[in-house]
Design a protein around this ligand. Structure first.
Ligand SMILES: NC(=O)c1ccc[n+]([C@@H]2O[C@H](COP(=O)([O-])OP(=O)(O)OC[C@H]3O[C@@H](n4cnc5c(N)ncnc54)[C@H](OP(=O)(O)O)[C@@H]3O)[C@@H](O)[C@H]2O)c1
Length: 271
């Protein structure tokens, strides 16, 4: 099957990152293999995993069995902060389990107690220079933490992966990342979204789409890479084709303020 065209964003390190990636948190064993295989077959060319998801081997087997050339799939994994001092071993173990020569993106996950980890970040950046990770980034970092990493090491993360959805729309976060040339990846686009909200169902009806597709199309319009996850083949396929939807400026604005609408609705006195 040919790939559904999905826009990409250039990230430092030279890669083009597809703006819809398949999330694999909570997918384990054969479920992970099946879901990632379905995603690749549907046309996803960006897979997000992490050592903590315990599915590297299944993701790697799905990649290998797909027959898709390695360079066509953007693969992300993450380093847990408790691997401080063992960064090289952690990366070598991850690529070995995934069965790949390199990952496209290696993220430093949530710093414990929100302390910056410049030594870990420096070690990751140096390993990236050796080529086993094409780019390095962070996850769940505030821009203040990112600034500390940049200040201490001179290396800017290519990406920050953070929770993002209409109910958590934060234009200031987007501005601050754009100023630093850090691409934003948003996780949990659907988990915390009320898919029955009229701000989503109205454009869905107009476009003959689903509210979930509208949510994902909104992410792309706001230049946020999104990482939906699903165990259902129909959802997996639908989520990718969200890239083909165009929302109007008014629809985008209404979705931007969805949390305020929700608050206003819940504040409206009942009959
Ligand atoms: N860096 C971090 O700290 C961090 C944290 C959390 C997540 N992540 C990454 O981000 C990814 C996405 O987050 P998430 O797992 O919370 O995913 P999500 O996509 O926001 O939520 C998944 C849920 O949405 C449902 N869903 C998916 N497609 C749907 C559709 N078209 N219509 C209706 N429901 C749909 C799924 O149910 P069905 O299975 O029934 O479709 C599932 O219950 C993760 O898998 C992981 O890769 C990173």
């Amino acid at each position: 099957m040919s790939s559904t065209p999905v826009p990409t964003v250039p990230i430092s390190g030279g890669a083009a990152m597809p703006m819809i990636g398949f999330g694999t948190w909570q997918l384990s064993g054969e479920d992970a293999y099946r879901a990632v295989s379905t995603a690749l077959e549907a046309g996803y060319r960006h897979i997000d995993t992490a050592v903590g998801y315990v599915n590297h081997r299944q993701v790697g087997r799905a990649l290998a069995d797909s027959g898709i050339p390695r360079h066509e799939v953007f693969v992300t994994t993450k380093l847990l902060p408790n691997s401080a001092g063992r960064e090289r071993q952690a990366l070598e173990r991850a690529v070995d389990q995934l069965g790949v020569a390199y990952v496209d993106l290696w993220l430093l996950r949530h710093p414990p107690r929100q302390d910056p980890l410049p030594a870990v970040w420096q070690a990751m950046a140096e390993l990236a220079d050796e080529g086993t990770a094409r780019a390095v980034g962070v996850s769940n970092h505030t821009t203040a933490l990112i600034d500390t990493l940049i200040w201490e090491t001179g290396r800017t993360p290519a990406v920050n992966q953070v929770a993002f959805s209409p109910a958590r729309f934060d234009p200031q976060l987007l501005v601050e990342h754009a100023e630093r040339r850090v691409a934003v990846q948003g996780y949990s686009p659907l988990r915390h979204t009320d898919l029955s909200h009229p701000a989503l169902t109205a454009p869905a009806a107009r476009l003959g789409a689903t509210p979930a597709q509208v949510v994902l199309a909104w992410h792309l319009a706001r230049r946020v890479t999104t990482l939906p996850s699903s165990t259902r083949p129909d959802h997996i396929r639908d989520n990718l084709t969200a890239a083909q939807l165009t929302l109007s400026a008014a629809e985008l604005h209404t979705i931007d303020t969805l949390d305020q609408h929700t608050a206003a609705l819940s504040a409206t006195p009942g009959p």
